[in-house]
Design a protein around this ligand. Structure first.
Ligand SMILES: O=C(O)c1ccccc1N[C@@H]1O[C@H](COP(=O)(O)O)[C@@H](O)[C@H]1O
Length: 208
């Protein structure tokens, strides 16, 4: 089970995360309205940080996304808005980093509406629908994923907390395409500042 820790923006906290948790992925939020937003200046602080970085974008232009990929040395692009299949196809043609399309879940999921993304994305990521686009700290009804019809892997997101591990493992036993989890606001002392102790507890439960 892969672990992504999202919304890092404090250099000391990043250092502790890498030393003590060693997540598979570290997420950086490039959505200006988020309390976890990081500006260009943060790139210099991450120069020696050895972890795969994911940039989180909301309805951003391809030029700006590609600029951030180069500046931050991103390994993946997480598209967390209403990005069209056409935009994702354009990005696929211009970049060889991983592309993750976020699907914001209200209740039911229209699986056919995802089909067009399949040739261009490396993963889907399912998160709870919210007006702020992400970081809501709220779970959706995960049972809707039990009818997931594709082979493509996906990450689970939205309000995961220290107590979510058993439920995630039970879901992964039913749905092998569930490759990993995205941990964010429920592991914070304040927006952008992760509680390493809580992350440790979760990691021990999910990878016993
Ligand atoms: O965290 C944010 O502030 C944020 C803002 C805009 C888009 C995405 C954002 N974060 C992503 O939200 C999900 C779920 O987070 P949470 O666990 O519910 O707090 C996660 O994928 C983050 O990458």
């Amino acid at each position: 089970m892969e672990i992504k820790v999202c919304g890092m923006r404090d250099p000391e906290n990043v250092g502790k995360l890498i030393r003590e948790i060693r997540p598979d992925w570290m997420g950086l939020i490039f959505y200006p309205k988020s309390p976890r937003f990081v500006s260009d200046g943060f790139a210099a602080q991450l120069a020696d940080v050895e972890v795969k970085k994911v940039g989180v974008f909301v309805n951003e232009t391809t030029d700006e996304i590609l600029r951030k990929v180069a500046l931050f040395g991103l390994s993946a692009i997480q598209l967390h808005g209403k990005e069209s299949v056409e935009l994702v196809e354009e990005l696929r043609g211009k970049s060889d980093v991983e592309l993750w399309k976020v699907i914001s879940v209200k209740s039911e999921i229209d699986w056919e509406s995802l089909r067009g993304y399949l040739p261009f994305v490396d993963k889907f990521l399912f998160d709870t629908a919210t007006v702020a686009h992400g970081g809501s700290g709220r779970k959706f009804d995960w049972t809707v994923l039990e009818s997931y019809p594709f082979d493509k892997g996906f990450l689970l997101s939205g309000g995961l907390d220290e107590d979510s591990a058993a439920e995630v493992l039970a879901l992964a036993a039913k749905i092998p395409q569930l490759q990993g989890v995205d941990l964010n606001s429920k592991f914070e002392d304040e927006p952008g500042l992760k509680n390493i102790g809580k992350l440790k507890i979760f990691k021990e439960k999910i990878r016993p």
